[in-house]
Design a protein around this ligand. Structure first.
Ligand SMILES: [Zn+2]
Length: 236
């Protein structure tokens, strides 16, 4: 039996990464899911990542502990208040305090290291430059630059055994388009978690940027977000 090509997919447990994993599966790759436990305050994400990887039939799921709290520098890595109830204009303006310094470079580097050991040339990341335009490491030019680096930085790239590619299938999609595509691919969004500041019981706050972007996208589509929010009970 012919084996599928392996891909390494960064899976945070959020809506975007679940959809990205589904795209990799749809493209016929063997799924190697990589979840970085970087000390984020929303560790409930890790459980969501586990559920998503299992549900999608990932061949392997590695959970890697890299505690970025040692550096700090982000509202996600400290007790600093996560911004809540911001308007769309505020969300779209500038680099938010939830930006984690160089996070995608750290994550993609780890994904690249794993990919090389798996003889994989395909990395998947759920980066998006529409809703989170304030994150510098979600821009297309950043991802292309990382691809160049990946091919210069590895034995696999230098020996010309293949060309390492960074796939970011959601890059230019709106949140609504991402959700529609995910539903088409059979993603169960009830397994995912997007909130930056969940309650102790793991419920989404409904008010941080991630909750607002996600929730309003479901609303605009006339769909019910299957995730449970602290400030409301799910619609019937
Ligand atoms: Zn939230």
């Amino acid at each position: 039996m012919q084996q599928n090509r392996p891909a390494v997919i960064l899976v945070s447990g959020g809506l975007d990464s679940a959809t990205t994993l589904a795209e990799a599966k749809h493209a016929g790759f063997d799924l190697n899911a990589l979840t970085i436990n970087y000390g984020q305050r929303h560790a409930v994400e890790i459980e969501a990542a586990r559920r998503v990887a299992r549900e999608m039939g990932a061949a392997r799921h590695v959970e890697l502990d890299i505690d970025l709290r040692s550096f700090g520098g982000s509202a996600l890595l400290s007790d600093r208040e996560v911004p809540k109830d911001r308007t769309n204009e505020e969300i779209a303006d500038g680099i938010p305090s939830t930006y984690v310094p160089a996070r995608n470079t750290v994550f993609l580097s780890l994904a690249l290291a794993w990919a090389e050991t798996l003889a994989s040339f395909d990395l998947f990341i759920g980066a998006n430059c529409v809703d989170y335009s304030g994150y510098p490491d979600c821009r297309p030019e950043y991802l292309r630059a990382f691809e160049v680096l990946a091919n210069l930085a590895t034995r696999a790239g230098v020996l010309g055994a293949g060309k390492i590619q960074v796939h970011s299938p959601l890059l230019t999609l709106t949140k609504e388009q991402i959700i529609l595509r995910g539903l088409e691919l059979g993603v169960d969004y009830s397994l995912t978690h997007s909130c930056y500041d969940p309650t102790a019981r793991g419920l989404a706050c409904g008010r941080c940027d991630a909750c607002q972007i996600r929730r309003s996208a479901f609303e605009r589509l006339g769909l019910t977000d299957p995730v449970r929010y602290a400030d409301s009970t799910p619609h019937q």
